[in-house]
Design a protein around this ligand. Structure first.
Ligand code: GLU
Ligand code: ZN
Length: 491
């Protein structure tokens, strides 16, 4: 039997700054859709008016664009199952909830929060499973009437079948959940608001989703959803099929604790602000549960798409390793076309976060050193420290660098170097010869001789290749800085 074309989805709730777990899920769905030639549906799960905002919605779209994701159905592109924002689909959910009730798949539950809590406590104390106990499953008409007279408004609960639910997880293999551990669950709040437990499977059914790839934290809702699919098939919602599920492994952060949404390391904005490239970040996130080959950590998204299969995802928890993410990003920076690199650095050099006035920036000077800088960056924001000597009036003050390079005797070397530099042709090669010759006069190798020059001119002991830097900075400014350092040393 030929299998149906793949239809996968990403369906975040717009509740703030996207986090890496959400992006990893989106990435795996996107890669699976592109690998199989299937369809990626982007759905916004914004039924929680208290937490979802228009601002978060816009931020989500903007983030997904920045990451380079594209989708076949959803916001901006539309599609046959529109609307793709759940807040605009409330009538659908109300209708489904009504049908589920009419057919006995769901029932009103009048228990108050206090009553539920009391019984939960008692069950716990007695060592029984503490999920909902089925109290309202089979209320008589008289009992319902009595509750209504008390002015109780019920929630709608789904009636779980009294048999185990077994399914084959695409990542974890066969899983079975017994009825004691999956109790009847709420679908609609007392105020009529439909819950995630209802709207998510209803839309997956209506949107004909074939594969649900999502984080392991949602695994406990899967047996419920599978049971609900059975009921949806009976009442004619969707095509009557149940998607396959694949639960992506937990991501562990510091101290081997699950990386939480609140962890600063999990916020997408942090990576953007530091100047991760989207392809560097996605490359790293793809390794949280998957690998291209044992010896290949760095690859393009095209390569990932060509190779990605959900059955290769590993069930073991993945460890989030910022250092590795940075190393991978550095590799992606090196792979860029220098033109693209120059452009990508723009926000750090010309934007409000640059530590110099906009008019101090000199594009030609930056471009002359860009290729040298490109090989040294881990994240794009590092560019500032590499080239700030070009655009600041004076080199940065870095006391540790000064102490290291300006040991006793540094003034003598600097003086000789100044004379030779002043007499040299202003190109990197001649400048190197000049400092080399100055070193020789003091019995020093080039490395030792150039250290005070570097700190005098750039403020730092490390940086771009020095003589190329001096060439671009120019004779006048170089000599003025050496003079200023000499004055400071001999003061
Ligand atoms: N809106 C849900 C979430 O962000 C989607 C979960 C799912 O993929 O089923 O957690
Ligand atoms: Zn009840």
């Amino acid at each position: 039997m030929a299998s149906a074309p793949v239809r996968v989805r990403f369906c975040p709730s717009p509740t703030g700054n996207p986090h890496v777990g959400l992006i990893r899920s989106a990435l795996f769905n996107w890669a699976y859709a592109r690998h199989t030639g299937g369809t990626l549906v982007f759905r916004i799960e914004d039924t929680d008016a208290a937490r979802d905002s228009e601002e978060s919605y816009n931020q989500l779209l903007e983030s997904f664009h920045w990451l380079g994701f594209d989708w076949d159905e959803g916001p901006e592109v539309g599609g046959p199952h529109a609307p793709y924002r759940q807040s605009q689909r409330m009538d659908i959910y109300a209708d489904v909830a009504r049908k589920l009730r009419e057919r006995g798949f769901a029932y009103p539950c009048y228990c108050t929060a206090e009553e539920l809590e009391e019984r939960r406590e008692a069950a716990r104390a007695a060592g029984r499973p503490s999920g909902y106990d089925g109290m309202c499953r089979d209320l008589t008409a008289g009992q319902v009437e009595a509750y209504e007279r008390e002015d109780r408004t019920p929630i709608i609960r789904f009636r779980m079948p009294d048999r185990p639910i077994t399914f084959t997880d695409l990542v974890r293999g066969e899983l079975t959940f017994t009825p004691e551990n999956v109790s009847d669950f709420g679908l609609v709040r007392a105020n009529g608001a439909p819950l995630y437990t209802l709207v998510n499977p209803v839309d997956d059914a209506l949107m004909e989703i074939t594969h649900v790839l999502r984080g392991e934290d949602l695994l406990s809702s899967t047996p419920r959803q599978i049971a609900l699919y059975g009921a949806l098939a009976e009442i004619g919602v969707g095509k009557g099929t149940t998607p396959q599920f694949g639960h992506l492994p937990y991501v562990m952060g510091e101290g081997n604790k699950k990386l939480s949404k609140r962890d600063p390391q999990s916020s997408l904005n942090l990576y953007r602000e530091r100047g991760f490239l989207p392809e560097g970040l996605l490359n790293y996130l793809s390794l949280l549960g998957w690998s291209l080959a044992a010896d290949r950590d760095v690859f393009t998204m095209d390569e990932m798409v060509a190779a990605f299969d959900i059955s290769d995802v590993n069930a073991n928890p993945a460890r989030f390793d910022l250092k590795k993410a940075e190393a991978i990003n550095a590799d992606h920076i090196r792979r860029m076309d220098v033109k693209d690199f120059i452009e990508a650095c723009g926000p750090w050099l010309k934007g409000p976060q640059a530590p110099w006035a906009p008019e101090a920036f000199d594009a030609a000077a930056f471009e002359a050193l860009a290729a040298l800088a490109q090989t040294r960056l881990t994240v794009l924001s590092d560019i500032t420290a590499n080239v700030d000597f070009l655009f600041l009036d004076e080199p940065v003050e870095d006391e540790a660098s000064w102490q290291k390079a300006m040991k006793p005797g540094a003034d003598a070397i600097l003086k000789t170097a100044r004379e030779k530099l002043a007499a040299a042709q202003w190109n990197a090669e001649a400048l190197k010869e000049a400092v080399l010759a100055a070193g020789e006069e003091h019995g020093l190798k080039l490395g030792k001789a150039q250290a005070p020059v570097r700190v005098a001119v750039t403020g730092r002991t490390v940086g771009l290749p020095l003589f190329e830097s001096l060439e671009v900075l120019g004779r006048e400014r170089t000599l003025a800085r050496v003079d200023a350092a000499l004055a400071k040393l001999t003061a």
